[in-house]
Design a protein around this ligand. Structure first.
Ligand SMILES: Nc1ncnc2c1ncn2[C@@H]1O[C@H](COP(=O)(O)OP(=O)(O)OP(=O)(O)O)[C@@H](O)[C@H]1O
Length: 350
């Protein structure tokens, strides 16, 4: 068998009404999810929302209190991790400090009784995948954090897992390295066409690399969808606030006018929203705007300007102690009077 040949099974994961209690703590409350084969699926949410518990339940490190987990048609709920063909990458790398890189990566293949020449070739294949050649003899302490995590990824890949599970693998690395390594992880997942479940609390990371994202809070899944959908059409206020920058204005919808306190009105493109009290949600880039009198929309004055490189971010005072965050390539100066129209919005009813 050539090392590039694999017995990997294309795998989907079905999570059915899973609950996990730690004593009185409900870490997962009735979570159901379908993760498709070859998909890069991210569990995203704040600290303590249950994403690691869900990932560890998929792996079998945690026993669920209720519910079932399937890999394809197989019910894996009670199968321990060592009897599943999974690769798991931990936040803290979890390399054996007293074993060389070679021995660290070889371990899973030795357990599977592969012969020495296959192991040697497969390790060099795995190190090629993570772009780390010729470091087989080094020990973990001789490597940087980024290199150690790439060794951990090679160790997870070398056994040809059906599914790759990654628990905040980049959170101990500096910002620049995080960005390059997350792209490398995504490229590896694409080239191997392997199903991956990735845990992070970093929304930017999730938006950049995922096919789909599940946003979690307090043990529940609030929304599942592709990055654009989660960003542009969040299902509730928590998701809208957790992902990216946003404007939230409290008011009342009458026809296509959103009325703010102090007789201020934001005209909206009509869409199917419930009339009455609500919170108008917009992204900072969801406005058309102009200094031209007669442009229409709501009037505002630029009170702060932040330079973002290719973009400008402005704080626009719209009166009555309310302001809007605007992002655009357009140049305005502090003090400029502009008019704004909303091009994309949601209204969350209270
Ligand atoms: N072994 C455990 N014993 C008791 N409580 C636990 C255990 N593991 C997790 N919890 C609790 O379950 C809840 C969910 O934890 P979990 O680690 O899954 O969250 P998380 O979203 O991954 O957070 P983080 O990003 O901080 O790791 C938390 O309230 C946590 O304190």
């Amino acid at each position: 068998m050539k090392v590039s040949d694999t017995n990997r099974k294309t795998t989907s994961v079905s999570i059915k009404e899973v609950q996990k209690n730690f004593g009185a703590i409900q870490a997962l409350r009735n979570v159901s999810l379908e993760i498709h084969e070859k998909e890069f699926f991210t569990l995203l949410g704040p600290s303590g929302c249950g994403k690691t518990t869900l990932l560890r339940s998929i792996a079998g490190f945690e026993k669920t209190t209720k519910g079932e987990i399937f890999f394809n048609e197989e019910n894996t709920t009670n199968i321990p991790p060592w009897n599943k063909n999974i690769g798991f990458v931990f936040q803290n790398y979890a390399l054996w400090p007293n074993k060389s890189v070679y021995r660290n990566i070889a371990y899973g293949l030795e357990l599977r009784k592969k012969d020495a020449s296959y192991i040697k070739e497969k390790i060099s294949w795995a190190l090629d995948m993570v772009e780390l050649r010729g470091i087989e003899k080094k020990f973990p302490e001789e490597l940087s954090g980024g290199q150690q995590q790439r060794v951990a990824i090679a160790r997870a890949l070398v056994i040809d897992p059906d599914i790759l599970l990654l628990d905040e693998p980049l959170s101990n690395l500096d910002a620049k390295l995080r960005i390059s390594l997350r792209q490398q992880i995504r490229n590896i997942q694409r080239s191997l066409e392997i199903t991956a479940v990735y845990v992070t609390h970093d929304q930017e990371e999730a938006l950049e690399i995922s096919d789909r994202i599940a946003v979690m809070n307090k043990g529940e899944v609030l929304q599942v969808g592709p990055p654009e959908e989660i960003y542009q059409r969040p299902s509730d206020l928590f998701v809208a606030d957790f992902i990216g920058k946003a404007n939230f204005l409290e008011g009342e919808l009458h026809g296509s006018d959103f009325k703010l306190p102090g007789n201020l009105v934001i005209p909206l493109q009509p869409k199917n929203c419930k009339a009455g009290k609500g919170i108008l949600f917009t992204r900072p880039e969801s406005f058309s705007h102009s200094k031209e009198e007669g442009f229409g929309g709501i009037r505002g004055r630029i009170i702060q300007r932040y330079y973002l490189g290719n973009l400008h971010r402005y704080r626009v005072d719209i009166g009555n102690e309310m302001s809007i965050l605007l992002e655009t390539g357009e140049q305005y100066n502090e003090g400029d009077l502009i008019q704004l129209k909303v091009s994309n919005y949601e209204i969350f009813n209270q």
